[in-house]
Design a protein around this ligand. Structure first.
Ligand code: GDP
Length: 197
């Protein structure tokens, strides 16, 4: 639990996402190897990306950044800390509670990761029963067309059942990654607007 102490102040549960202009906490979820680190690296703008294999320290990575979406600036705090396979339960619960929005990643080349995303969606619902939390199901590695194991139509149908948006991306080709972040910000704003009505 100690590993959280340094970031607790940044992501205390009530401080972000509530008011216009305040940062949104976006959490990356997904099985190992689906591309979370690659996503986080693109978000952080780091060309010197570290391979997750030799990067134990990435475990507590939190990066924040201002991005412009539809002519308006939004601040996103990206949490890329929880590995579905390695994370302990306490960490999992923590992540399920603190996000304002979630990017639920799987790899289109790995059906098991798609099933894992489904499980995570269900767990997320358990933790966030009342609130409408923006979630985007992200099918990453869409550049690997020959190795595809999950069809676009199946994933789209799944996203509809899950009540979340869907996008296919390639972190390797930097395709649609920013669109996923823009989509999250748009959904967060919609939620905010409807609260204000
Ligand atoms: P994580 O375990 O979810 O953080 O996954 P990583 O970001 O470490 O990615 C696992 C492996 O998949 C790495 O070798 C990445 O270079 C590779 N990878 C990530 N995204 C893509 C992608 O969109 N296309 C391809 N071809 N490889 C990717």
């Amino acid at each position: 639990r100690g590993s959280w102490s340094s970031s607790d102040s940044v992501i205390s549960v009530d401080s972000a996402g509530g008011e216009p202009g305040s940062p949104y906490r976006v959490v990356l979820l997904g099985a190992s190897g689906v591309g979370k680190t690659a996503f986080a690296n693109i978000f952080a703008g780091g060309a010197d990306s570290m391979d997750s294999d030799d990067c134990e320290l990435c475990g507590d990575e939190v990066s924040d950044r201002e991005i412009e979406v539809d002519g308006e600036t939004a601040t996103i705090i990206l949490l890329d800390t929880w590995d579905a396979e390695k994370g302990d339960e306490w960490t999992q619960e923590r992540f399920m509670q603190i996000g304002d929005a979630y990017l639920l990643l799987y790899s289109i080349t790995d059906r098991a990761s798609f099933l894992r995303a489904s499980e995570l969606r269900i767990t997320l619902r358990r933790f966030r029963p009342a609130r409408h939390t923006p979630i985007i199901l992200v099918g990453n590695k869409c550049d690997l067309v020959r190795r595809r194991e999950v069809s676009t139509s199946e994933a789209r149908a799944c996203a509809a059942v899950f009540d979340c948006k869907f996008i296919e991306t390639s972190a390797a080709m930097q395709h649609n990654v920013w669109e996923a972040f823009y989509g999250i910000v748009r959904q967060l704003r919609l939620r905010q607007d409807s609260k204000e009505d």
